[in-house]
Design a protein around this ligand. Structure first.
Ligand code: SF4
Length: 489
């Protein structure tokens, strides 16, 4: 595999140039050099090295790919004046994309897009007054998007608009509560999650700290309307029934839960779900539950360390239904080790039989999953690839089940440079997911590792983070409250 050296002179575009290059060459080592001097002398690649130039001059932009000293692909264009950061960024990405297409002989289905919220772009174009066809064409022209992805983005943007119709989201807010413990740590996990067996004795302390943050936040938000609540993690159902009750009682005391539009609890791992825990949830206005198989292939579940069986998934799902939960989501991941189209097709078939109200299809993101990287080195025979064909198979299956796409986002280092898409029965779409991804509403996030976002009336988004480390969180919870206070001021 070739090593890629990128030379650029505008540090502010480094992330986009790097990400776009990685999208073409996900397995290559990529080094970025940011320099003021045009690197003609330095750009003499040796064998197995690709040199990539993304240069923004005073009057023009140049992008070039070289191998063994020879320019093999080259583009240049006059700079659009007056100089505006967003316009120049867009121009340099377009040129670089064309250069990489010429050099590699390939195109990407997400074109030159490197951001994580492509639907937001489609929504902006619709907001500006374009109709669906014009927005789709503009996405294709500006971002070199494939027709399938531009169509998907516009479809979702239109659906989101309809779902949010009549909701005064600007005056309300949403709440996220994070429980960072899991029954075991999945090999691909890139969250800050802690194994329950080692942390069991600290969970009470964590719930107490969380309740302190809940009480303080409740006081800060008095008089504002709470629209949605999402308890995620980690795995919230690792809490014992009494701990769950303590948490939900505290939430009920501090926030008006009666007028909520949605209250989701991620029951995540089936090996954490029991009848007693679900009985506790039923005492509160929880409207939506997520039971996440990720895969219905036992071999893969064993590989990735989920320590439960396919039968456990079916049992937990059946229990949730028997207890009256009428909005149940299931998550699956495409690109898990050793899984190809056949394995994903099997998972989809099993999920189809269970008839969840929504299905979220993720592409494996291997950013910080060190254990997974290690694993993939030891098991080179196992693929960890996702493909457009797999995603389109999942999409067809979801649509056949009567589920339509309602939210979509992308992450760094996703298998196959693809996306995560949520599908739902039209009336069962996850409102929190839409508000969160479209960045239309302030979301206050409580618990370790959570990130709050304040959305200002002009659309500007301001963030504040809680510390990731659980012990630090428990020790410094008052400081987390103070951060929130400052965010809201
Ligand atoms: S269930 Fe989710 S949060 Fe928990 S270890 Fe697995 S991937 Fe990480």
């Amino acid at each position: 595999m070739c090593e890629i050296q990128i030379w650029l002179n505008r540090q502010e575009f480094e992330y986009d140039i790097y990400s776009l290059t990685r999208a073409f060459y996900p397995k290559s080592a990529v080094t970025v050099h940011c320099t003021d001097a045009f690197p003609e002398e330095s750009m003499q690649p040796s064998k197995d090295q690709i040199f990539l130039l993304a240069w923004c001059g005073e009057k023009d932009i140049v992008t070039e790919c070289r191998m063994e000293g020879q320019p093999l692909a080259h583009r240049e264009a006059a700079l659009v004046f007056p100089w505006e950061r967003a316009k120049v960024k867009s121009q340099i990405k377009q040129l670089l994309y064309q250069t990489l297409c010429q050099f590699s002989g390939r195109t990407l289905i997400w074109g030159n897009l490197t951001g994580i919220r492509p639907v937001k772009l489609a929504a902006d174009f619709l907001e500006e007054g374009m109709d669906a066809d014009a927005a789709k064409a503009h996405m294709e022209e500006k971002y070199d998007l494939s027709p399938s992805k531009s169509g998907l983005c516009v479809e979702i943007a239109l659906r989101e608009r309809k779902i949010l119709e009549g909701l005064d989201y600007q005056s309300g807010y949403s709440l996220y509560v994070g429980i960072p413990f899991c029954p075991s740590i999945c090999m691909y996990c890139s969250f800050s999650s802690y194994p329950l067996d080692k942390w069991k004795t600290r969970v009470d302390g964590y719930v107490e700290a969380l309740c302190r943050e809940i009480q303080a936040t409740g006081r800060m938000m008095q008089g504002r309307t709470l629209h949605t609540v999402y308890i995620g993690g980690g795995t919230p159902t690792t809490l014992e029934p009494a701990q769950m009750q303590r948490l939900l009682d505290c939430m009920k005391e501090c926030f008006l839960l009666e007028n909520l539009r949605e209250f989701t609890v991620e029951a995540g791992r089936p090996d954490s779900i029991t009848q007693k825990k679900l009985e506790v949830l039923r005492q509160y206005p929880v409207t939506r539950l997520s039971v996440n198989p990720q895969t219905m292939n036992q071999k893969t579940l064993d590989f990735i360390g989920r320590r439960h069986t396919v039968a456990d998934i079916e049992k937990a799902y059946g229990l949730a239904r028997d207890m009256g939960f009428d909005n149940v989501n299931m998550d699956l991941i495409a690109g898990l080790p050793g899984e190809g189209p056949q394995e994903v097709a099997h998972t989809l078939q099993c999920i189809r039989r269970l008839e969840p109200d929504s299905l979220t299809v993720h592409s494996l993101a291997v950013k910080r999953a060190a254990r997974l990287r290690l694993f993939s080195q030891e098991h080179r025979e196992l693929s960890m690839e996702n493909s457009a064909e797999i995603m389109s198979m999942a999409e067809s299956c979801a649509r056949d089940m009567g589920l339509v796409p309602y939210y979509l986002y992308r992450q760094k280092n996703m298998a196959g440079n693809l996306e995560n898409t949520g599908y739902a029965r039209p009336e069962k779409a996850g409102l929190y997911n839409i508000l969160m991804m479209s960045e239309k509403q302030t979301v206050l996030a409580l618990g370790s590792g959570s990130v709050s976002k304040r959305v200002h009336p002009d659309g500007r988004v301001e963030r504040c983070e809680n510390v990731k480390d659980v012990t630090q969180y428990m020790d410094r919870v008052d400081e987390m409250v103070e951060r929130k206070r400052q965010l809201l001021e």
